[in-house]
Design a protein around this ligand. Structure first.
Ligand code: EPU
Length: 340
């Protein structure tokens, strides 16, 4: 199998891997025609979005398909605004565009890397808001048939950093557009982490969506590395969810434990805090490292391979398990020969 297309520029970790072929589509009709003409490649396809949540292990003997659909359409209905965006639209650009128009809803999701089409796959979230909170529907092409299918909120089965496209439907659809519900009326979520502190010079009535967005951009930029400067894929691990019983036991041993009740009696524990407490913040193994400012993020200092990052990740998970008895798992999508 010939592997000749570099993926280095297509993954935010900056891993130097290749794929069999890379095809970009600007129109849905092109994608459909390609699928018909290349039925024999059905099991060799990998759909790539912005490449900001991927860890490539070695060369990948697959044909990478990318949707570069750039349309953005607005439908106003009273105070509600539906925005339907093409899969290839840069997420942060969409957030900025909606804020410029005075629409509320996406401000807490500012500066998340990646494209619109990838946003539902892991139900992106930050600062107390997840994609599912504003999601209406998405359209996707089923790779096996070329059929266009609409998925509503329930059908996507969203959960923390999860959707059906990461579970039973993994690799079976190319998302072509996503429709979100925004509002002309303020409905701000300010009670998460340091947002209020960042906006303490304003009263609640004065705060606009743009203010929240600016605060979040400031907070994120101070902790999260810019992939253009230092390869990374955002949080490498998910925050593990533990039972109330396990939480109590942990809290007794580690009174400083950072954890949040998630509504069903269970707790989400801050994996970054545990990695930090395990002494691994800034830890480096060759060119793979734990970020100095946010321990949940693994970084590529230059020439790390996917295996280098994976070895570091395993070491981090093992060390956290030995100290806290809690298993942490990757949030990034690992593709290639090695499994977690
Ligand atoms: N913490 C430490 N040391 C660290 C990192 C974190 O002590 O090195 C503590 C913080 O002080 C804080 C707690 O851990 O008390 C949580 O940290 P933070 O608010 O930075 O958030 P996170 O749990 O590390 C999650 C998301 C981020 C999202 C932020 C804000 C996941 C896997 N990650 O990170 O999402 O931006 O909350 O909402 O849920 C991403 O998915 O790529 C991502 C960046």
């Amino acid at each position: 199998m010939k592997i000749n297309h570099s993926l280095k520029a297509f993954n935010s970790f900056g891993i130097d891997a290749s794929c069999k072929d890379f095809v970009k589509f600007y129109e849905e009709s092109e994608l459909r025609s390609w699928l018909v003409a290349n039925k024999h490649l059905l099991h060799d396809i990998f759909i790539i979005g912005g490449g900001s949540n991927l860890l490539l292990i070695g060369d990948i003997p697959k044909v990478f398909l990318q949707a570069d659909f750039q349309s953005v359409d607005y439908y106003e209905d009273g105070d509600d605004v539906l925005v339907k965006a093409g899969a290839g639209v840069n997420w942060h650009q969409l957030v900025m565009e909606t804020l410029e128009q005075g629409y509320y809803g996406l401000e807490n999701l500012s500066l998340i890397p990646g494209n619109v089409g990838a946003a539902p796959i892991q139900n992106i979230g930050a600062y107390g808001v997840e994609l599912k909170d504003i999601f209406v529907e998405l359209e996707a092409i089923e790779l096996a048939t070329g059929d266009k299918i609409t998925f509503g909120l329930q059908e996507c089965d969203f959960a923390y950093r999860y959707s059906i496209f990461k579970g039973p439907f993994k690799g079976q659809y190319m998302i072509t557009s996503v429709t979100l519900k925004l509002s002309k009326q303020p409905n701000l979520m300010l009670d998460y982490g340091p947002i209020r502190k960042e906006l303490s010079h304003l009263s609640d009535e004065e705060i606009t969506a743009k203010d929240v967005s600016n605060a979040i951009i400031k907070i994120r930029s101070s902790k999260l590395p810019d992939p253009n400067e230092l390869g990374n894929a955002g949080s490498f691990f998910k925050n593990p969810i533990v039972s109330a019983e396990d939480y109590q036991a942990l809290k007794e041993t580690f009174p400083e434990l950072v954890a949040f009740e998630i509504g069903d009696g269970r707790y989400k524990v801050a994996a970054g805090w545990m990695i930090d407490q395990a002494g691994l913040k800034g830890y480096r193994l060759g060119d793979a490292g734990v970020h100095k400012k946010q321990a949940l993020v693994l970084v590529n200092y230059g020439d790390a391979t996917g295996d280098d990052i994976l070895n570091l990740a395993r070491y981090v998970a093992k060390t956290v398990f030995e100290k806290f008895g809690v298993m942490i798992e990757p949030e990034v999508w690992i593709i290639g020969d090695s499994k977690w």
